[in-house]
Design a protein around this ligand. Sequence first.
Ligand code: UT7
Length: 324
Amino acid sequence: MTRRAVPLGIGHYLPDRIVPNAYFETLVDTSDEWIRTRSGIEQRHFAADGQTTSDLATRAARAALDNAGLTADDIDGIIVATSTPDLTFPSVGTIVQANLGMTRGFGFDVQAVCAGFVFGLCNANAMIVSGQADRLLVIGAETFSRIMDWTDRSTCVLFGDGAGALILGVEDGVGTSQDRGILATDLNSDGRYRDMLYVDGGVSSTGTVGKLRMQGNPLFRQAVEKLTQTADTTLARAGLSADDVAWIVPHQANIRIIQGTAKKMGVPMDRVILTVQDHGNTSAASIPLALSVGVADGRIKRGDLVLSEAIGGGLAWGSVAIRW
Ligand code: UT7
């Protein structure tokens, strides 16, 4: 018998305010055409004034609990992947715990920027496989609109707000790649790349929140190479190949990065779940949002092999193979 962390339910929440590309034509020197062709983004959602990351995370968590037919009492812990917490502390995880009325277990945050959900899933997998927990809520939630420089056209058009939540439970598998659940993972970071994507403020440096800064083009080139490498590593660890992948559910930063990675892996685009056009780049929320959309519309089915990969500030990157 092999303990496996298996998906039990998934849900998401997007703020009501939808912002089309045309909005940015009034802010900076840009065009709908540039944004569409360079990034694939057509619209994104922005949180309302006063709406926090924990508000979005809580809505997504409730949707995932409903989808799984569970209540907060059934959950042993909450892991929130976010780089845009409500407060410096306490964690968004503990705020969501209180919002859900959960008085046992634990909540905490992981911060690996756009790769955060993959890092959160790997943490949850390790806890479940080791017997530390049986049911965990893993959430990716962001309000990147709060760290945009609205005068910087190279970044402000790219990001959006949202949250997705996945509930993992435990199931006994036989130890082969045919088992349901998380089959293999790969995590990486390289702090030498910190200037490629960062926020220019923080608690122990400036004492301010800061704004996002990005060298988009060099990052683009790193992304395709590193995402392909991590996907290959995870599939090899699982004893699987790209032909076995039913769905790539990638981080949704740029359609050209997604296309380039799928092409290098040899996976056709009709086996890739795309939400970048509707959500923009929602950082750690983008993978659980895309998983939730793919499950809700019936594309991702029980037994499908799902491969998720992500890269972001750090640089930090990684991937996870899950049999749904
Ligand atoms: O989620 C974390 C990971 N993030 C990523 O992986 C993002 C990676 N990077 C990208 O997605 C792309 O590099 C961008 C979408 C950010 C930019 O696309 P690009 O094809 O790499 O364009 P570029 O940065 O090389 O810029 C090309 C031109 C420049 O003008 P010049 O120097 O050629 O005259 C930019 O100033 O496009 C200009 N530009 C814009 N023009 C209109 C940059 N932003 C805009 C804009 N509207 N919003």
